[in-house]
Design a protein around this ligand. Structure first.
Ligand SMILES: [Zn+2]
Ligand SMILES: [Zn+2]
Length: 305
């Protein structure tokens, strides 16, 4: 039996580090040193133990028993259980994941996307230890249960990264612009709430699976748009064209986070159809078609990514 635990350990370690690698690759303009992500991963892993201590306390405080809820969800006090998942599990788990990013990795953040990259590392570390505990108890129950839990955990543990992305992205933007502190707090509570909501749906089994899938789908779509925004506004990219602002019609540099004419956030660019935006040469301001390699008026090479 111990051999299976060792195998599960390596499978889940590979899966979790695989996600760290995936996010590390997204940071394409100025990559973070990978060993710093590994250290953040280890911090996240250790803090899992603190989280489970507080979650036990929370269960006692709410007078709940997880076994009762799992075995007979619709006969137990579901509202109380929902509150426990949001107020205790969501807040505690998101908070312990945030600690290594805010208090260790924060000084390394030098472009907006870095907050997300470090958040993915701490969340993957957290997920790894949580996986191990689940897998260990799975194998204790039996071989088939152990294999089953191993695969369920490998497929579902990336949700820890998805939830962490809400405050991770906000932390990256806050490092650039201290006026955005309230976005970090907002991102944290959105993450905690969605985390609790997802766990609640997951506990409900098949009935809840549509809700759980919806939470994940919305988060993935938002995350994809945010990644594209964070890369566009990175100080390390070479984008050298202008975009016409949909609010004031003035031109702003493609990598601007706020329009230079009206000051509004340029995040709306990510929500538009790329082909339909109006682009202009960064040198002579002639109109460009999306994807055009050189400006036809001045001959400058245009960098679209
Ligand atoms: Zn504008
Ligand atoms: Zn030109």
């Amino acid at each position: 039996m111990n051999l299976f635990i060792v195998i599960s350990f390596f499978i889940s370690m590979l899966a979790c580090l695989g996600w760290v690698y995936y996010f590390w690759k997204l940071d394409k303009y100025e990559q973070e040193p990978f060993h710093l992500l590994l250290i953040t991963f280890v911090f996240g892993a250790f803090l899992t133990l603190i989280a489970s201590f507080f979650e036990e306390l929370g269960l006692e405080f709410f007078g709940l028993s997880i076994d009762d809820v799992i075995q007979n969800p619709f006969n137990s006090n579901l509202l109380l259980f929902f509150l426990y998942l949001v107020v205790v599990v969501g807040i505690v788990e998101e908070f312990v994941k945030l600690i290594p990013v805010r208090f260790y990795a924060f000084k390394q953040i030098n472009e907006p996307i870095d907050g997300l990259i470090y958040a993915s590392a701490t969340a993957a570390g957290f997920a790894f230890v949580e996986d191990l505990l689940y897998i260990y108890y799975g194998f204790k129950a039996g071989f088939v249960e152990g294999i089953f839990i191993t695969w369920v955990r490998i497929l579902t543990s990336p949700v820890h990264i998805l939830f962490a992305s809400y405050w991770g992205i906000a932390l990256g933007l806050y490092k650039q612009n201290p006026a955005r502190k309230s976005d970090v707090i907002k991102g944290f509570f959105v993450a905690a709430f969605l985390h609790g909501l997802y766990d609640f749906f997951a506990f409900l089994g098949e009935i809840g699976s549509i809700g759980a899938a919806a939470v994940i789908l919305v988060t993935i779509i938002l995350l994809m748009k945010k990644v594209s925004f964070l890369l566009r506004i990175s100080p390390f990219n070479n984008l050298n064209y202008f975009i016409s602002c949909k609010y004031c019609n003035g031109l702003f540099p493609a990598k601007a986070q706020y329009c230079i004419n009206c000051g509004k956030s340029t995040y709306w660019v990510e929500k538009e159809n790329k082909i339909q935006l109006k682009y202009f040469c960064g040198n002579c301001k002639s109109r460009l078609n999306f994807g055009q390699n050189y400006c036809t008026s001045c001959g400058m090479k245009i960098h679209w990514k």
